[in-house]
Design a protein around this ligand. Structure first.
Ligand SMILES: *Cc1c(COP(=O)(O)O)cnc(C)c1O
Length: 374
């Protein structure tokens, strides 16, 4: 019997080695990895440049805590905010932690506590982010929730208007709902959020833990919308597989987090920030981002051509497919057996999350496998 808590429905295989989009299990079986550790290994497995950075940094310092200056954090923060309206960053270790920081910053800055979030959203598993999450299954059995979240339907302008008031500190959303079923924001809803934010002085928090750092074909997904967020959370793809999260905010919020207000022991450690810095160099390149958009469009076209009965959704390489009446767990298991790793999402959606470095040949191969099993 396993000595681990059985809180995950783990697949029966273990991936023990990989290169780029390819991964091998403990029996040497080869897979096309379109799961990327849930949108984390954005540059594929064992990326040469990242391997080198980890090796080099590990011979200097790994961790010095946030008691000391950290030029690596300055370096990554500068890359993250470059070309945006943001002003500064705070590093942590995960998506949930980045969202916790965002929620605390919004509460402290506005002096208000109510935050509007959305049904089918996912923001994490801590007591705070669990309460923010718009999925009941995440909350079952954990007792009273932090009460300050008003969870309303996504992309519903009338519902947002009804929920707004002078007591709202922030509106917090995913630009494309990831875990909830790969649901992008509509243009008119983005406009409405901006309007409501202005009218009531509420902050806008975008949870880009899954969509950020190139996944949707731009540096951040909100850049493809009219949204003008005050705060943004990042994690998943930022470290290419090394755990790191970040909370980014505009200059106006800088003074709200003074010394002693918030912190973490590990956050922004040298190994994590050294890797993140290289990830930024590779992904925040116009040509690279352009290719992510092209590959996303190529994947969509290939699916629509070869599997016309499927519904497709998403943006860039955050891609979802669905078919009436299918059981997504079965499809996922069959794809795995045929050598393609994917991730389920929300309401019977299969998520395809290849590394951003995936080739068109690998996309063809994945679509071919899906065609065979469907
Ligand atoms: C995965 C995810 C989180 C939680 O991140 P963890 O690193 O698991 O804490 C939060 N928000 C979104 C949108 C996510 O996809």
């Amino acid at each position: 019997m396993s000595v681990l808590f059985q809180n995950y429905a783990r697949r029966p295989i273990e991936l023990v080695e990989g290169k780029g989009t390819i991964a091998y299990d403990q029996n040497g079986k080869k897979y096309l990895d379109f799961s990327s550790g849930i949108a984390v290994t954005s540059l594929g497995h064992a990326n040469e440049e990242l391997v080198q950075v980890v090796c080099e940094q590990s011979k200097k310092v790994w961790h010095t805590s946030n008691l000391f200056q950290n030029s690596k954090q300055e370096e990554v923060a500068t890359k993250l905010i470059e070309g945006t309206h943001f002003g500064q960053a705070l590093f942590c270790n995960s998506g949930a932690e980045a969202n916790e920081a965002a929620i605390k910053l919004a509460r402290k800055h506005t002096g208000k506590f109510k935050i509007i979030t959305f049904q089918q959203s996912f923001h994490g598993r801590t007591l705070g982010t669990m309460a923010a999450t718009g999925q009941d299954k995440v909350k079952e059995g954990f007792g009273p929730m932090l009460e300050t979240f008003d969870i309303i339907p996504y992309n519903d302008e009338a519902a947002l208007e009804r929920a707004m008031g002078d007591d709202v500190a922030a509106i917090m959303l995913e630009v494309v709902q990831g875990e909830g079923g790969v649901e992008p924001i509509t243009a008119s809803f983005a406009d409405k959020i901006n309007e409501m934010s202005k009218q009531y002085g509420a902050l806008i928090i975008v949870d880009e833990v899954q969509t950020g750092v190139g996944r949707t074909g731009t540096k951040y997904a909100f850049q493809q919308t009219a949204l003008r967020p005050d705060i943004m959370s990042l994690a998943k793809g930022l470290g290419g597989g090394f755990p790191i999260g970040a909370m980014i905010a505009t200059k106006e919020l800088a003074d709200t987090f003074g010394p002693g207000t918030h912190g973490t022991t590990f956050g922004g450690n040298y190994l994590a920030t050294a890797v993140a810095s290289k990830v930024c160099d590779i992904i925040f390149d116009e040509t690279f981002l352009q290719q992510v958009q092209e590959k996303g469009a190529y994947l969509k076209e290939a699916i629509e051509k070869e599997l016309p009965s499927l519904e497709t959704k998403g943006q860039g390489l955050l891609f979802g497919i669905r078919q009436q009446g299918w059981e997504v767990a079965n499809v996922l298991a069959k794809a795995e057996e045929a050598g393609l790793l994917t991730v389920a999402a929300g309401n019977n959606v299969l998520r395809l999350l290849p590394p951003l470095t995936v080739s068109k040949e690998e996309i063809d191969e994945a679509v071919h496998i899906l065609k065979q099993i469907l």
